[in-house]
Ligand binder design. Structure first.
Ligand code: ADP
Length: 469
């Protein structure tokens, strides 16, 4: 439709251009005739009859009428005195000018219907009208030209349109094909095929998307593996106390009425194992809470108060073992943003461990400020840490060297909880043996920056990236 309208518009413009040219052409011929009429005058042929002879001369008229043009000379009364030979029987109607009118452009149809553009002009001699010169041009040729041009234009526009459609389809295919392939590849990688990767090596945006997807799969696979490991470790750890409880319950059922000693021992075992079970489940709940990350409510916390409190609570237990426990706190203290129960649990786990693995000597819980971080360190004079175990101490359910660990009660979750809590607060943990015996556990947590005080809602803060444990 647009193409058709455009073609018609261009055709009309082209036609009006050709008409102007045709008009200019017949005017040039008419001017030539007028010039001859005047030249006759200039040479002194004052006799109008001589001039009329010249103007009516057929050869002369044929010379003025190029192909497609007709020339006809009429007397002022409208009687034709000469016609170019190409006119045949055709007669251009006479021109009777109105007062003051010397020429007229008009359209006229030939006997066979051919349209003609006619310039009628009165040629005067010494101001006296002498003859009327009609110069006409056939317009059917113009119409034919315009028609041909319109057909060519229409065909060219259609071809261009087809080319645009084909190229658009090609470009669209080229653009969407990789997306379709990428989507299909992504769909085939479900949670069961997390080891598969796209491995698209392209230097464009799709290549970046595929690489990002692969990197996400790496992280997901690692997270899934950790979860699987955790479930397997947890099941294993929960199974032991449950088995002990079950065995002792059966003992009581079979011998309990007859043997009070068996009954008492079995009940003791059930109490011990069930409290270990409760402790383990409690630890797993804290881990889940710490792993929840951004859902933890956070507020400014003064660490010195929390550490002093934990130490005060632990001192009685430590004293019973003959271990001294004290806090080393800087007068200026240190404020962080965090969840008070979780931070208390973190300090408490470290202090409890230190007391648990120390037979004599002292446990010191210290606080200092180091490079914009609050550093909590708990050092003891206990069994120390084997160099090859130091890296794994913070793994869930890991307990170093069975020879001493199994003798000491524990779940293997305490330090994993410490690391999770530290990470969710944007901090980091480390452990090392002290050169003169014992060990030191360190936790660095970001200090509350004073210029951040303008934001009253601490829960809006983005979490550090590596919060997964
Ligand atoms: P649990 O204490 O319940 O066994 P933890 O995760 O708290 O579990 O500790 C993991 C292991 O790290 C312990 O079994 C112990 O081998 C080692 N450990 C923890 N704290 C200390 C410490 N203060 N001194 C020496 N070893 C420690």
């Amino acid at each position: 439709m647009i193409i058709a309208l455009g073609t018609i518009g261009i055709g009309l413009a082209f036609r009006s251009l050709l008409l102007q040219e045709a008009q200019a052409g017949i005017r040039v011929t008419s001017d030539d005739i007028a010039r001859v009429a005047e030249a006759s005058n200039a040479l002194g042929y004052y006799d109008p009859a001589t001039v009329l002879d010249t103007l009516a001369n057929k050869e002369q008229l044929d010379h003025w009428a190029p192909p497609n043009e007709y020339v006809q000379i009429d007397t002022i009364a409208g009687y034709p005195i000469g016609k170019s030979s190409d006119m045949g029987d055709l007669r251009i109607p006479p021109f009777h000018p109105a007062a003051g009118e010397t020429e007229r452009i008009s359209m006229f149809r030939d006997t066979d219907g051919t349209p003609l553009l006619v310039l009628d002009r009165v040629l005067a001699q010494k101001g006296k009208p002498l003859v009327v010169a009609h110069v006409a041009v056939r317009l059917d040729i113009i119409d034919r030209e315009v028609g041909r041009a319109q057909t060519i234009l229409m065909a060219a526009a259609l071809v261009a349109c087809l080319a645009v459609i084909v190229v658009s389809i090609f470009i669209a295919r080229n653009a969407t094909d990789p997306i379709v392939r990428l989507t299909t590849a992504m769909e085939t990688i479900g949670s069961e095929q997390l080891d598969r990767r796209l491995r698209w090596h392209r230097n464009d945006e799709l290549g970046k998307l595929a690489a990002t997807f692969d990197a996400m799969l790496d992280r997901l696979q690692a997270a899934f593996a950790r979860e699987r490991q955790f479930i397997s470790d947890a099941s294993h750890e929960l199974k032991t106390p449950l088995t002990v409880i079950n065995a002792n319950a059966q003992l009581i059922r079979r011998w309990g009425d007859r043997d009070p000693v068996v009954k008492a021992e079995s009940l003791d075992a059930i109490v011990t194992e069930s409290s270990r079970l409760a402790e383990m489940v409690g630890g797993m709940l804290v881990l889940a809470k710490a792993d929840a990350g951004d859902r933890i409510p956070k507020e400014p916390l003064a660490l010195a108060g929390i550490i002093a409190d934990v130490v005060a609570h632990a001192s009685e237990r430590a004293a019973a073992k003959g271990v001294a426990v004290r806090a080393e706190l800087p007068p200026e203290g240190a404020v962080i943003v965090g969840d008070a129960p979780l931070i208390r649990q973190l300090v408490s786990n470290l202090v409890d461990n230190a007391i648990k693995f120390t037979e004599a000597g002292e446990v010191v819980a210290a606080l200092e400020r180091v490079d914009g971080m609050a550093r909590i360190s708990v050092r003891d004079t206990g069994v120390g840490i084997e160099p090859d175990a130091a890296d794994r101490l913070f793994d869930r359910f890991f307990r170093a060297d069975a020879s001493h660990s199994r003798a000491i009660e524990g779940t293997g979750l305490g330090l994993a909880i410490v690391r999770s809590i530290a990470r969710v607060h944007g901090g980091a943990v480390s452990a090392r043996a002290r050169p003169d015996g014992g060990s030191i556990f360190t936790v660095d947590l970001p200090l509350l920056a004073l210029d951040e005080g303008s934001s009253p809602d601490f829960n809006d803060r983005p979490l550090p990236q590596d919060v997964e444990s």
